[in-house]
Ligand binder design. Structure first.
Ligand code: SF4
Length: 291
């Protein structure tokens, strides 16, 4: 019905399943990560404020009572701050029950915004930024061409929180392969601790045809981790995360075992669930995993 307002495949965080998705930008302004094919074929552009308002007016009659909106695509935070603030203000003025608007932002996008700009977005109603940490290891980040260092990631997280915006961060189990499995998990726990995010999620690497990283695997430079190794990674991360109050989720369809809880209080429970799954080799079959 809305084929004229959506372009290509749409991706959103699992927790935005009930949200209205609106594309404020198209594609990913970075689009160089070797494991990601999500926005291949989409030439990046930011929609104009005028076009976004037209889209909102088109969907409004069908979603008058919506409470949550997610602004796609990969990094709507890269929009000009005033355009984004005006978008947020328009959304809240139109949808009277709207309680939250969220979006994805990369570390580079966050670095480019001043603290005052982020505060301006918070005032305009930006409730949460989702950021892909992917790994806390400098070596893994460099290998997968993420375009950011662990320090940049930590700075980004601290800045978002200082602006009063909720911060949700995601890591990818297995991203370093068997070769970098231990350092990937250990350093991810360290960076997550330094960020102290409100929400953290761990997905497990699942590659689509066309991902550049597949070439490395074919050439024997990287070996995919086993389900056991994925659980060992998540174990190291949960054990090492020194955080104040973090909702932790590793229950995405890509994961071999669903784990969830709040940190620090549910640490022992989650670790014992992991140990139980490891003892019983109780893993989601490979063919059942999905993105
Ligand atoms: S992982 Fe994120 S930043 Fe990297 S190419 Fe994909 S969408 Fe862009």
């Amino acid at each position: 019905m809305f084929h004229d307002i959506y372009e290509g495949n749409i991706f959103r965080p699992p927790s935005e399943a009930r949200s209205l998705i609106l594309q404020a930008t198209i594609g990913c302004s970075w689009n160089r990560c070797t494991f990601c094919t999500a926005f291949d074929g989409k030439k990046f552009r930011a929609k104009t404020l005028e076009d976004i308002i037209k889209d909102v007016d088109k969907v409004y009659p069908f979603y008058k009572d919506i409470r949550k909106i997610f602004l796609a695509d990969a990094n709507a935070l890269c929009m000009e701050t005033e355009d984004l603030a005006s978008t947020l203000e328009y959304l809240y003025s139109r949808f009277k029950d709207l309680g939250r608007v969220t979006l994805y932002g990369g570390p580079i996008d966050i670095q480019r915004k001043s603290l005052d700009e982020l505060k301006r977005l918070k005032e305009a109603g930006l409730q949460m930024i989702y950021m892909g940490l992917e790994s806390g290891s400098a070596e893994v980040l460099k290998k997968v061409r993420k375009g950011a260092t662990p320090d940049m990631m930590i700075e980004a997280g601290k800045k978002v929180k200082a602006a009063g915006i909720k911060f949700s961060v995601m890591v990818i189990l297995g991203l370093g392969g068997q070769e970098l499995s231990e350092v990937h998990a250990r350093e991810s726990a360290k960076v997550l601790s330094a960020m102290d995010p409100d929400y953290a999620a761990a997905l497990t690497l699942l590659l689509e045809p066309g991902a550049e990283i597949l070439k490395e695997i074919e050439e024997g430079k990287m070996t995919l981790i086993s389900p056991e190794q994925s659980l060992k990674e998540i174990r190291t991360i949960i054990e090492g995360m020194d955080v104040t109050n973090c909702v932790f989720r590793s229950n995405h369809p890509s994961n071999y075992v669903p784990i969830k809880g709040n940190l620090p209080e549910d640490r022992a429970k989650m670790l014992s669930e992991i140990d139980e799954a490891l003892r019983n080799s109780d893993f989601r079959p490979e063919g059942w995993r999905a993105l």
